[in-house]
Ligand binder design. Structure first.
Ligand SMILES: C[S@@+](CC[C@H](N)C(=O)[O-])C[C@H]1O[C@@H](n2cnc3c(N)ncnc32)[C@H](O)[C@@H]1O
Length: 484
């Protein structure tokens, strides 16, 4: 219910030009931003067709619904994943379903098309079809067991992917990803939301790019780790799996609602090593004895979300000045978070990520941070990954629909230099820090990658044998090409 009410409210405001769709969604503080995005974007795309169906069935008169709410309900009923509400709305919609379906079918016959998409005007941007990525939760099961289960379920297993092109799959086909050991790849429309493996926390639905940060940070079992901006917890759940649920995972988030969602997610995934706090990370005291052993940190702060495939691009926003100001404010917040993270006394490694495609939030923030923290350097990541950070920060990774078949994403890994090396360390970059106000942005975007899903681990290899220091070192070398 809440989802449909919120989506209808946003559609109405967007139609009245009371704000950009993306901003309205972000500002809604809805707990599942990704789900809301998808519904609003799709409903808006089919808006004129939905309106025609609603008018020709006289649905508003018969149900007393308002047009925006009717549109989102009809969209989900006829074109989406089915109604996710109960009560009187569901009853009313189901009562009219046959008539609504009949009108849609007539429209298709008239236009001689078979798919809903083909009803759209020719110049409408087609939705991006990304593969469905599934991370196996190694705290509960193994990749082999999940593969066997799904094969018995009637899916066709194609083995290991070896090239990007392999990730284009037909319905019912699946394979193992070539970069991330616990990741399975399915065709875009595969839906696991009602699947036993998902509901029992054996698998986690998470975009491939969003699995990179925890995988690359790779904290050992027993370590103390901070997830600075953690909710709804996809990357935290991944970290906990890598840590084998041993050690301590301090997770902070400002948003209480999102933390509640996170608790449910972690519970379902069988995670117990976490300590959640509804707290501003910037106000967490690095000298607090609680954090004296923290050596690893994941920082996935609020960002513009410009890498999210379903979102309209900022170029389409009427007020470019507003877009620029928002980016500057986000970059300033991200840099403050980074500087704060690096100030924890025993910190060895910090992974920074965004689901933004803007260099202002990515390379520029990282460059400014390196300049202000000469005791840290960048680790060169996954040499086999096809898309690098923009020059000169090619140690970092980027991800995109075109090159990696994922949402747009950015990852950088900071590592503390030994004290001997620190003496000679020069500022890594001569770039100016991102400008903008010092205030925290109101409610910037959340990964989708986050909500979109959940996380991956290098733990599969380790699961078979007890992790030893040597083994871990070897493994880390494969993921990162140490900077010279
Ligand atoms: C990109 S999302 C994090 C997604 C998460 N890492 C995941 O993978 O599920 C950013 C989060 O940062 C939180 N946040 C924003 N400012 C914060 C602050 N100052 N301290 C802690 N959390 C903050 C937001 O509430 C939001 O949940």
């Amino acid at each position: 219910m809440a989802l449909y009410m919120k989506a209808a409210e946003i559609l109405e405001k967007s139609e009245k030009k009371q704000g950009a769709l993306k901003t309205l969604v972000y500002d809604s503080k809805f707990p599942n931003i990704k789900q809301l995005f998808a519904l609003v974007c799709e409903t808006q795309k089919f808006s004129s067709i939905l309106e025609e169906i609603i008018e020709s069935t006289k649905l508003l008169k018969q149900t007393k619904l308002k047009m925006p709410l009717a549109k989102v309900l009809v969209y989900d009923l006829l074109m989406g994943q089915g109604l996710k509400c109960g009560g009187s709305w569901k009853a009313a919609m189901l009562k009219h379903r046959a008539r609504l379906q009949a009108v849609l079918a007539r429209m298709k016959v008239k236009q001689k098309v078979s798919k809903n998409e083909d009803l759209l005007p020719k110049n409408t941007k087609q939705p991006v079809q990304l593969p469905r990525y599934v991370r196996v939760n190694t705290l509960k099961t193994t990749v082999d067991d999940v593969v066997d289960y799904l094969k018995r379920d009637g899916l066709s297993y194609l083995g290991h992917a070896s090239r990007m092109e392999d990730l284009t799959l037909k319905e019912k086909e699946f394979l193992r990803d070539m970069h991330l050991p616990e990741l399975l790849v399915f065709s875009p429309r595969t839906d696991f939301h009602e699947h036993f493996l998902y509901k029992s926390g054996h698998i986690i639905l998470q975009d491939k790019a969003s699995c990179l940060p925890a995988y690359l940070l790779d904290p050992p079992a027993g370590s103390h780790v901070i997830d600075a901006c953690a909710a709804p917890g996809n990357k935290s759940s991944h970290l906990a799996a890598i840590m084998k649920n041993k050690g301590r995972l301090f997770a902070f988030d400002l948003d209480a609602k999102r933390l509640t969602t996170m608790s449910t997610l972690l519970l379902r995934a069988g995670i117990t090593c976490q300590q959640l706090a509804n707290q501003d990370f910037l106000k967490v005291d690095p000298k607090n004895p609680q954090y004296k052993d923290v050596e690893y940190m994941l920082l996935d702060p609020s960002c513009s979300g410009s890498g999210m495939a379903c979102l309209p691009h900022e170029e389409s926003c009427d007020d470019q000045e507003e877009v620029r100001a928002r980016l500057a404010s986000l970059a300033s917040f991200q840099l403050r978070c980074l500087n704060h993270g690096l100030s924890f006394p025993r910190l060895k490694r910090l992974v920074y990520s965004t689901c933004s495609i803007h260099s202002q939030e990515n390379e520029q923030v990282v460059a400014a941070c390196l300049q202000q923290n000469p005791g840290f350097r960048l680790v060169s990541l996954l040499p086999q990954w096809p898309e690098r950070g923009q020059e000169p920060l090619t140690q970092c990774l980027r991800a995109s629909i075109q090159k990696t078949r994922t949402h747009g994403f950015f990852v950088a890994l900071f590592e503390k230099l030994s004290s001997a090396a620190t003496k000679d360390q020069k500022p890594a970059m001569q770039t100016s820090p991102p400008s903008g106000g010092e205030t925290r942005p109101e409610d910037p975007g959340e990964s989708e990658a986050s909500e979109v899903e959940e996380a991956v681990v290098p733990a599969a290899e380790e699961a078979a044998t007890a992790p030893g220091k040597k083994k871990r070192k070897r493994k880390r070398k494969r993921k990162t090409k140490e900077a010279a």
